[in-house]
Write a protein that binds this ligand. Sequence first.
Ligand SMILES: *[C@@H]1O[C@H](CO)[C@@H](O)[C@H](O)[C@H]1NC(C)=O
Length: 491
Amino acid sequence: MAAAWMGRHCWVVVTWWVLGLPSSLLTVTCSGAPRCPVHPTELVFALDQSRGVTEPEFARMKEMMTSLLGGLRVREDHCPAGARVAVLTYDSHARLLIRFSDAYRKDRLLREIEALPYERSASSRDIGKAMRFVSRNVFKRMLPGAHTRRIATFFSGGPSADAQTITTAGLEFSALDIIPVVIAFSQVPAIKRSFAIDDTGRFQVIMVPHRTDSAPALEGLQRCTFCYDVCKPDASCDQARPLAVQSYMDAAFLLDGSRHVGNAEFEEIRGFLGALLDHFEITPEPETSVTGDRVALLSHAPPHFLPNTQRSPVRSEFNLTTYKSKRLMKRHVEESVQQLNGDAFIGHALQWTLNNVFLSTPNLRRNKVIFVISAGETSHLDRETLKKESLRAKCQGYALFVFSLGPSWNDQELEDLASYPLDHHLVQLGRIHKPDHRYGVKFVKAFISSVRRAINKYPPINIKAKCYRLSSADPQQPLRQLQRYYLLGIT
Ligand SMILES: *[C@@H]1O[C@H](CO)[C@@H](O)[C@H](O)[C@H]1NC(C)=O
């Protein structure tokens, strides 16, 4: 993956030349400054100032930050090379102390950092929240320009308990092309686990225990992250990639073809779907194999559908065993998928998918995911079914991931549909200031990796009681299987 990403980056740089844009933008060198970073870079540093962090520890964080900055060219005024720097401190809240827009000269920046006061805090450490603050408030939830690198470095004096928020931050960092680095004074298992969702090896956890020399670790960080040249990658930096996991998935995409969706929007969805397919390892033998991913595609909202009639609420584009390769699936998406222009009956479509796609396919994979792409509310005749069927799916161990596109949605409905925790299973592009489908594609890539690595449980423990109630009322629910799951799962 890293290679593909680098490839794209270099290609972009070349295009700039081809287009004849001012080459000074790329070749500019500022007087005598170090040649690192090679690419324009946005750097954030977050210092841990939570309960229990001592004054010498705080001073050590500042020293390390200063030492890292010492080797870097800092961007000054009009010179578009080097690093822009922002600095914050955090405990259970984050405080932005130096902004990108402050644009201090390097000597001034180092003096400001030197002067940051130690403050004793009574609040606990919430590094996940600080991470989300960085993606939302410092990087403003926008993707960077194609030639800019973003690195967010967090110092951590000890472990954080908020694993779920750390995972949310990891998904957002992946989606926004932010490389997070955690420099930790003691073990941080929750962060290590969450960072494994990134399969490029760019997410870093660096241990610098007390009374050890941090210089070798910082040197590696400088060389392989801050000063990394994506066009001339340093081979010695390539080792730390997490091992791929052999954990496969059956996935169904439920595509909104209702009349809520504009023509241009539908074309975008089509492109989006094609890009998502790249994240699967499709098995060449979907009917007989027990390994490899399989994908099905269903369009919903055919015209004139009504509940309790013979009509189908979906058009089955292809099921889990129809195609043997991504290429064939993409071709189908490009050539055959059409907008149906009826009303959305998402609950009925979900019910049909569970019964006709999953339950009738052999060798179901351990991971079963349904992606719902929705551009507006479901029909009022569908609301109860949506509630009931999404709960049934969740209780049967499906993960439900929802994309909400466009300017209208119903919060309650999205919450009923998407799996828990919502932040891992719902992307609302309509809520983002400048919707960018690349964000959605990258988010899903990281989400799929989180499913393969079993970061969340399906079904989640917190719907246990609801699932019991459902299973006693519904003969279709495999009660014994549920009991077994919860008996093993809780302890
Ligand atoms: C899936 O589709 C293929 C044709 O595309 C068909 O032969 C097969 O029976 C379908 N399988 C299921 C489980 O519906």
